[in-house]
Structures are given as C-alpha cells and as structure tokens.
Design a protein around this ligand. Structure first.
Ligand SMILES: [Fe+2]
Ligand SMILES: [Fe+2]
Length: 193
C-alpha cells in the first residue's frame, strides 16, 4: 500500500532496539517536524480552505504524537537528547523542484510529506512487529495506523489541487529518488530514518 521502492534493511530494527533512547529522541523530533511542516503549509497556502481545514487537525495529532513519545522517554528514565542533523530529510528537500506555479510548489511539499509519512509508517511497522517491549510494540502499531492515514491524506490533497496524472507521475519520481538515497545511506540504529 505504501509503494516504497526499497524496503528497510532488516538489520535496522535489531540495532535500533539496542539504541532505543536515541531512536525515541530522534522520533520525538520527527513528530515536531511533522507538526511544523503542516503549520508552514497552512501559513503559505492560507487561501486553500480545504487544505487548511485538513491540515489543522493533523498539526494537533502530530503534536499529540510528540507528547506520547516524550511520555515513553520519561517513563523509562531515558534522556531526551539533542536534535541531530537530519540527513534523510535534507537529501529529500534537495529534490524539491524550485520554481513553477504555486500549485506545483504545493504538490512538491505534499509529496515530500507523504514520502516521509510512508517511510515512517514502514519503520513503525518494523518496530511494532520485531521489538521485545510490549508497550512500545503497541505504541508503534498505533502510530503506524495514524501515519498511514496522513500519507493517504497528503496524496489526496496533492491530487485535489493538481492534475492527478501529473501528481502520479511526479510521485513515481519521488519514490525512485527516495529509494536511491536510502540505498546509499549507512544503516544507523540511532535514528528513525
Ligand atoms: Fe506523527
Ligand atoms: Fe504523520
């Protein structure tokens, strides 16, 4: 359903479990970024009523996810560490086409968000199926469902504001690009992506 072109290396989940403090910290920042990227879209495309009304509750949901990750960190007595450089998102940002119409810009950002949701969803699924901690298993299962919903929403919004055929074509390019960067990135257990 997610259409990702390269599955996560199966070794990732094992090493991530051993570095759960770092993974949870990184995850917390991912949720913050998800909320803030929706806020940016609301500010930039304030005139698109349906977009604004669709993204507004997602901001609250993402912030709710941040609170829930923090709760997992605190109750385990783990440290909420510093934000790290987000190599994955930086590389994806480099693929955003500059210029074009305002709606093309919107499409780019919606597809970028959809892709991050899809990959996060895939990783949450791996965590929910493979890690030992029962509470985290359940936690990641619930978040996986929520991010899958966001993924669908971003794609639907893109198809609403631009020719769906163009969106589908560009989506394939995004998927190919994401697979190509993931292939080259080192597998690290201390981060979500
Ligand atoms: Fe989230
Ligand atoms: Fe999300």
């Amino acid at each position: 359903m997610l259409h990702l072109k390269l599955p996560t290396d199966p070794r990732w989940v094992g090493i991530a479990e051993m570095q759960i403090e770092d993974v949870l910290t990184d995850h917390a920042y991912c949720e913050q970024k998800a909320a803030s990227s929706c806020i940016s879209l609301i500010v930039r495309f304030n005139d698109l009523d349906e977009l604004v009304d669709t993204l507004t509750p997602i901001v609250a949901e993402e912030w709710g996810h941040f609170e829930r990750v923090m709760d997992q960190i605190r109750k385990r007595g783990l440290k909420f560490g510093m934000a790290r450089k987000d190599e994955y998102v930086t590389k994806l940002n480099g693929f955003v086409k500059k210029g074009g119409s305002r709606m093309q810009q919107l499409t780019e950002h919606l597809l970028l968000n959809a892709l991050i949701e899809a990959r996060s969803c895939e990783r949450f699924k791996l965590l929910s199926t493979h890690i030992q901690d029962d509470e985290l298993k359940k936690f990641y299962y619930e978040l996986m469902i929520s991010e899958a919903g966001h993924y669908v929403t971003f794609i639907e919004m893109a198809r609403k504001y631009q020719d769906p055929d163009k969106v589908n074509k560009r989506w394939q390019e995004w998927l190919d690009f994401e697979a190509s960067i993931l292939k080259e990135m080192e597998i690290r257990g201390d981060r979500m992506h």
